[in-house]
Design a protein around this ligand. Structure first.
Ligand SMILES: Nc1nc2c(ncn2[C@@H]2O[C@H](COP(=O)(O)OP(=O)(O)O)[C@@H](O)[C@H]2O)c(=O)[nH]1
Ligand SMILES: [Mg+2]
Length: 217
């Protein structure tokens, strides 16, 4: 019983900070997405592709969470956009207070799209509101077809699933159509995109959908 009480208190505190953040993002006309996936599904690769393709249209910034190292922040800062790395030192997800502290470093930049790359994990990050407009989950075809049904909460809480690495279809027995069906089973309103961060297939369609949502905020 105590554990449940403590967990609820943590989530309540997190949600209060997330609400403040959401208000601040709205006042600054910033659209915020929270990227979730297993380690290695392609979150950083997606950010790299998106920034290259959209930099003439709008300004992006990134907050990236990892258990250790600032490798991802280094990769992203090579694109010459503002990036803040949060090292959680063992923590399996980002919390709103960490994002609030990281966001202080982004006050002086013009930002249209803020991308939060969460810690690679399909369980813990799902329950934590970071003030984002949307959670987006990546599921790559190297992970198999059953991730949406094994980890339903993250798929249920996400507005879109990006089925990544479809360039590898010829080499794998995993069927992207079944990932899609499983995702729709746990969340009938989830939007599904098949993408490759290697060949760029599907990336334009995903970005067009995102931009529509940014414009309607
Ligand atoms: N073949 C292929 N490899 C990819 C694709 N996207 C990412 N990768 C590779 O997958 C590995 C993990 O990608 P990364 O972006 O670091 O994943 P993250 O841990 O989710 O940020 C890297 O070696 C990428 O080059 C893709 O669409 N196709
Ligand atoms: Mg990464």
């Amino acid at each position: 019983m105590e554990v449940i009480t403590v967990e609820r208190k943590i989530l309540e505190k997190n949600d209060a900070i997330a609400s403040e953040l959401r208000k601040e993002f709205r006042e600054r006309h910033q659209f915020v997405i929270n990227l979730l996936s297993s380690p290695g599904s392609g979150k950083t690769s997606l950010i790299e592709r998106m920034v290259v393709k959209t930099r003439n249209d709008f300004s992006s910034a990134v907050i990236v969470g990892d258990v250790q190292t600032d490798n991802d922040a280094r990769r992203i800062s090579a694109l010459d956009i503002p990036v803040v790395q949060i090292v959680t030192n063992g923590g399996c997800h980002l919390e709103a207070n960490l994002v609030r502290d990281a966001y202080k470093n982004l006050m002086n930049f013009k930002i249209d799209l803020l991308i939060i790359e969460n810690v690679g994990n399909l369980v813990c990050p799902a329950g934590f509101d970071l003030g984002e407009d949307m959670k987006i989950v990546l599921s790559s075809i190297t992970e198999g077809e059953d991730k949406p049904v094994k980890y339903p909460v993250v798929f249920r809480n996400s507005s879109a699933v990006l089925i990544n690495k479809i360039d590898l279809k010829p080499y794998l027995s995993c069927n992207a159509r079944i990932i899609k069906e499983n995702a729709l089973k746990v969340n009938p309103s989830i939007n599904v995109f098949e993408i490759s961060c290697k060949t760029d297939e599907g990336i334009d369609e995903w970005i067009s959908w995102l931009v529509l949502n940014m414009k309607s905020k």
